[in-house]
Ligand binder design. Structure first.
Ligand SMILES: N[C@@H](CCC(=O)N[C@@H](CS)C(=O)NCC(=O)O)C(=O)O
Length: 213
């Protein structure tokens, strides 16, 4: 049975799954939900995921939520074009980095959004924005130090697809409000790695639809 992929534009977790589906060349039906319209709180969707969160994958009548669980499921059902190495230690590292990305990158990125894009101009506090930028740069410098090769953990993996959407979201502030983003302060190895992700043949397709408009 075809896979249904429930997606919401701008979600870093949903972006991770989209990249994984495309990378693994798995056919799927794309179900675009709108946060503004309240689709994630609609009874039909809550019947699929009672938490009302995307991404969700429905395959063979089974609904799977939580982006890392989804990618692990895809990996097991569709092992071609792997996103997790076979060696246990290498696999653990990929899982560790995915957990670190969701655990430590998302928070400062979200704070930057809260202090900039989500605030009216007159309510923005330059000191608080600077504080959040510093927090982000500290976190990003950890990722920069980790990048000793092309990808975060050897081959392209779940670690890259987890970290990238959180880091790309930081650039979204630069796109919308150049004065409040990080400008050219993105650490150099992270910047080069972002370009490598963006050169993947399926990358363009996965850019959040509302960013393209
Ligand atoms: N830990 C979850 C996080 C999922 C999540 O937070 N999704 C957000 C979008 S980024 C969501 O669906 N929010 C809908 C809502 O709260 O109404 C994962 O990895 O999938």
């Amino acid at each position: 049975m075809a896979i249904s992929f429930y997606y919401g534009s701008g979600s870093p977790y949903a972006w991770k799954v989209w990249l994984a589906l495309e990378h693994k060349q798995i056919p799927y039906e794309f179900r675009l939900l709108s946060f503004d319209r309240g689709d994630t709180r609609a009874p039909e969707f809550l019947a699929i995921n009672p938490r009302g969160k995307i991404p969700v994958l429905v395959h063979d009548g089974v609904a799977i939520a939580e982006s890392n669980a989804i990618v692990e499921y895809l990996e097991e059902r569709f092992p071609e074009r792997p996103l997790l190495p076979r060696d246990p230690a290498a696999r653990a590292l990929v899982r560790q980095l995915a957990a670190e990305a969701d655990g430590y990158l998302h928070e400062p990125q979200r704070s930057l959004f809260q202090e900039t894009l989500y605030r009216k101009e007159e309510e923005r506090d330059p000191a608080r924005i600077a504080e959040v930028q510093t927090e982000l740069l500290e976190e990003l410098s950890r990722w920069d130090a980790r990048l000793t090769g092309d990808w975060l953990a050897g081959e392209l993996s779940l670690a890259d697809f987890t970290a990238y959407p959180h880091i790309r979201a930081v650039r979204r502030v630069d796109d919308r409000m150049p004065a409040h983003g990080l400008g050219d302060r993105m650490p150099p190895r992270v910047a080069a790695w972002m370009k490598r992700v963006e050169a993947l043949p399926y990358y363009e397709k996965t850019i959040p639809p509302h960013w393209k408009g």
